[in-house]
Design a protein around this ligand. Structure first.
Ligand code: SF4
Length: 97
């Protein structure tokens, strides 16, 4: 795989903690990408958080590979609190706006 292809696959995971209800579905579905914090709300293993008390710096980190499990976690979140952005271009990939 070329470096360009790897970049094209890279996504930044963001969690809106104002929406998250702590169901834990995402951490079960994609434990390599999402985890529950000590406060019971989800946060990306890499990436950033939105919302009150998030503490994110908004930079979104360096991105990670879009896996099937990560895509499923976005779909399964009952409150659409998880969003994926292109690491390269910054636009939102999922869920659709
Ligand atoms: S699936 Fe959604 S509501 Fe449940 S813990 Fe993850 S982000 Fe929060």
């Amino acid at each position: 795989m070329t470096a360009d292809a790897a970049d094209a696959d890279a996504v930044v995971v963001r969690v809106d903690r104002d929406r998250c209800i702590g169901s834990g579905m995402c951490a079960l579905t994609a434990p390599g990408s999402l985890a529950l914090g000590a406060d019971g709300l989800a946060r990306p293993v890499r990436g950033s958080v939105d919302g009150a008390g998030g503490g994110g710096d908004g930079s979104g980190g360096n991105g990670e590979r879009l896996t099937e499990a990560l895509a499923e976690a976005v779909d399964f979140c009952p409150v659409e609190a998880i969003a994926l952005y292109s690491a390269r271009h910054g636009h939102r990939l999922a869920p659709a706006e």
